[in-house]
Design a protein around this ligand. Structure first.
Ligand code: SAJ
Length: 445
């Protein structure tokens, strides 16, 4: 089948679609295309996920508006089904690959899931199939890994027997369906015609810009947009450390800096968690050959952000010392374990790093988080007999907290604010031994 024939089937919504990997990227994508009128098969390696999905239970934890209902709808319409078998991909015209691409403890990308998907797809994919990689990958991966491996595993030729594109996902936990519909996408193709065919396909579910380009550009855009954010956050964090040392208040400095044209200083804080920002800078760096590109800034920014939980621990030690409490043997309440405000997602949470650091120092840690099941307890009850409380996440519940009640519950009135939740509130500044990340002690009355 030629690309023109694929285009015709896409335009008529007669293209049979498959999505490999039904995680927080693949499942919403599969449901959206099924809801747009395509018949979609989802391939998932975890049998319990397949069973949950086919029984209409959305396996994605956390609040994802509309996803459960959409899954039920497309299952009822028999437009979508999940399977473990790649044999069901033999008749597919368009195959999206949305598997995980983590980095290991040495920050080296791990493409095992991607390789497994390609090696399983190759032998069964039909002539004329359009294969689109949605996973976030290092620049060069399409040309140097995906393409040669797919040719080898299928015995087919690219642009002849199959067509290959890269359309990186731009999803955000908590807004999976909304982002999918309303955020622009870069669509890289091995040829211009392939990119245009992929644009025609995504046009059925994406209402924002779809920007056709080559695969390397698509890989660079996705990894760069998240690396940009990580570096910007690291800059804000380093300015926070400077402010603490020189008698400044980074929150005031940031507010005034951002009044200057073309300044968008990010928020300093307790660290950078989640599944994207801590990982994607390493995917970007890994794409550039070390011997040819002297990369310094991006790893340094990662190091700054990774050091913030330890800096919060230092603020806690300083405040406990002022209260005459040694850290060893102290009970410390960590408020917020999710990596992001008003989320239950705890992936690479800075609070986990802080808890480990405090326990190394001999402290006993009590964790509270209104969104995370195992830490969803009464806050004031959790605060009882604690010698300090540290706010790590700007959850709405903390913004509304009555600090007088917190002070009464604590054994010692020690409060460390790693996200400037309480600002200059008199109850915080006068009622506690109070530390705010990025604000010099001299400015806290
Ligand atoms: N953070 C800061 N300061 C900031 C912004 C974030 O310390 O100014 C911290 C957060 O507390 C969190 C981490 O960084 O621990 C990540 O926060 P995030 O707002 O970047 O949220 P993510 O990880 O969900 O990032 C996603 C990304 N989206 C995709 O990959 C498709 C990212 O590209 C988006 O920029 C981001 O959402 C967004 O815009 O909210």
């Amino acid at each position: 089948m030629s690309l023109l024939e694929i285009r015709r089937k896409i335009d008529l919504k007669q293209a049979r679609v498959a999505v490999i990997g039904l995680g927080y990227v693949g499942l919403p994508v599969a449901c959206q295309f099924a809801n747009a009128g395509f018949e979609v098969v989802g391939v998932e390696a975890r049998p319990e996920q397949v069973e949950m999905i086919n029984s209409g239970v959305c396996p994605i934890v956390g609040h994802e508006p509309g996803l459960s209902d959409l899954l039920s709808t497309v299952l009822a319409q028999r437009k979508f089904r999940a399977t473990m078998s790649y044999q069901e991909l033999r008749d597919r015209d368009v195959v999206l690959i949305a598997v995980e691409t983590p980095v290991d403890e040495n920050n080296v990308p791990q493409y095992e899931a991607l390789r497994n998907a390609i090696c399983a797809l190759g032998p069964v994919m039909k002539i004329g199939v359009l294969v689109v990689v949605e996973s976030t990958i290092s620049p060069g991966t399409m040309n140097n890994l995906v393409l040669p491996l797919l040719c080898a595993c299928s015995g087919k030729g690219v642009n002849l027997d199959f067509f290959l594109a890269n359309c990186p996902e731009r999803v955000m936990p908590g807004k999976l369906l909304a982002n999918l519909r309303h955020m622009s996408r870069v669509v890289g193709g091995m040829t211009t015609e392939t990119a245009e065919a992929a644009v025609a396909f995504y046009r059925h579910v994406v209402q924002a810009d779809l920007d056709p380009t080559d695969c390397v550009t698509a890989e660079l855009v996705k990894t760069t947009e998240n690396t940009y954010r990580d570096v910007q956050i690291a800059f804000a964090n380093e300015v926070a450390l400077i402010c603490e040392a020189v008698g400044g208040d980074v929150w005031k400095v940031r507010e005034l800096v951002n009044k200057s044209p073309y300044r968008q200083m990010h928020l300093p804080g307790a660290g950078v968690g989640g599944h994207c920002i801590p990982k994607d800078p390493w995917l970007l760096v890994h794409g550039a050959p070390e011997e040819r590109v002297p990369i310094k800034l991006i790893p340094a920014a990662r190091a700054v952000n990774n050091s913030m939980p330890s800096h919060v621990a230092d603020l806690i030690l300083d405040a406990l010392a002022s209260a005459g409490s040694p850290v060893s043997g102290s009970r410390i309440l960590i408020m917020g374990f999710a990596y992001l405000e008003d989320s239950d997602d705890t992936r690479k949470s800075p609070s986990g790093d802080l808890a480990n650091r405090l326990q190394e120092l001999g402290a006993f840690v009590v964790i509270h988080d209104p969104y995370v099941t195992e830490y969803r307890q009464d806050l004031l009850q959790a605060a009882r007999n604690c010698d300090a409380a540290v706010v790590m996440v700007r959850h709405q519940e903390y913004l509304r907290l009555d600090l007088d009640l917190l002070r009464t519950a604590l054994r010692k009135p020690v409060l460390i604010d790693a996200r400037n939740v309480f600002g200059n509130s008199p109850t915080a500044t006068r009622g506690f031994i109070y530390r705010v990340l990025g604000r010099s002690q001299s400015l806290i009355s």
